[in-house]
Design a protein. Structure first.
Length: 221
C-alpha cells in the first residue's frame, strides 16, 4: 500500500540520534561525550576537524558540537567544508574565547547556536535537543520530497505535461485543445497520473505539484 504523501512528512529518524563532538581538549571532549550519552544519545568524538572529515558520517539525525579554535582546520573552515560536501547538519559552536564579533560571524555562516565556555550542562543539552529536532525535520522533508519526486518521475512525459496543465487550472477540454488530443485521452492520462501519484483528488494533486515546484510549468509533449 502506498504512503499517503498528503499527510505530514514521514519520520526519517529510525536510528539513534547522534552528536558529533570535536574538541582538542581531552577533558572537554570526554565531559561532553559523557553528558550526551547520559541522556541516551549516540556520540562520536574527535580531537580535530580533519578526523571528522575522514569519518564516514552515517545518514541519521545528528548535529555537530565543535570548538571554533581547532588545530590546522578551524571550526569555521570545517563548517565551510561540510557545506561544500552537502552536509547540512546543525552546528553548535563552543569556545572559551568568545566575543560578539565571533558570535555574529558564526551565526552569519549558518551556525545553529554559539555557546561560550564554561557551559551549563542543561544549556548544552537544550541546544543539542533543538538542533536534533531541526535535523530530524530536515531529513524527514528530504525523504518526503524524494518519494514525491520518484512518483512524478514514474509518469510518462505526456502524463507529466497533463499534470502540470490540470494543476494550473485547465479543464480537460482545454488541455485537449492545447496539446491536440481528444478529451477522452486526456481523461485517461489524468486517471493514470492520479494512480501513479497516489492521490484521489485534484486538490491533493495540486498540493503535490506545488511541493515539486512544477505547478503551471510548461512541458512540451
Amino acid at each position: 500500500m502506498s504512503t499517503d504523501l498528503r499527510s505530514a512528512p514521514p519520520d526519517s529518524a529510525k536510528e539513534q540520534p547522534t552528536v558529533f563532538v570535536i574538541d582538542d581538549d581531552p577533558l572537554t571532549l570526554g565531559a561532553l561525550s559523557s553528558l550526551f550519552r547520559s541522556v541516551g544519545l549516540g556520540v562520536k568524538a574527535f580531537a580535530s576537524a580533519t578526523e571528522l572529515l575522514e569519518y564516514p558520517l552515517p545518514a541519521v539525525t545528528s548535529c555537530l558540537v565543535s570548538d571554533i579554535r581547532l588545530p590546522r582546520l578551524s571550526g569555521f573552515d570545517l563548517q565551510a567544508e561540510l557545506g561544500r560536501l552537502g552536509n547540512n547538519m546543525p552546528i553548535i559552536f563552543i569556545t572559551g574565547h568568545g566575543d560578539i564579533a565571533m558570535s555574529v560571524k558564526a551565526m552569519k555562516a549558518g551556525a545553529f547556536d554559539f555557546l561560550t565556555k564554561p557551559i551549563r550542562d542543561q544549556d548544552m543539552l537544550d541546544a543539542v535537543a533543538r538542533a536534533l529536532e531541526r535535523d530530524q525535520k530536515r531529513r524527514s522533508e528530504e525523504t518526503y520530497r524524494s518519494e514525491l519526486r520518484g512518483r512524478f518521475e514514474s509518469l510518462t512525459r505526456r502524463e507529466r505535461q497533463i499534470m502540470t496543465m490540470v494543476t494550473a487550472g485547465l479543464l480537460n477540454k482545454q488541455v485537449a485543445k492545447e496539446i491536440g488530443i481528444s478529451e477522452v485521452t486526456v481523461k485517461m492520462h489524468r486517471s493514470h497520473v492520479m494512480q501513479k501519484m497516489g492521490t484521489k483528488s485534484l486538490a491533493d494533486l495540486v498540493f503535490f505539484a506545488e511541493r515539486l515546484g512544477i505547478r503551471g510549468r510548461e512541458i512540451r509533449g
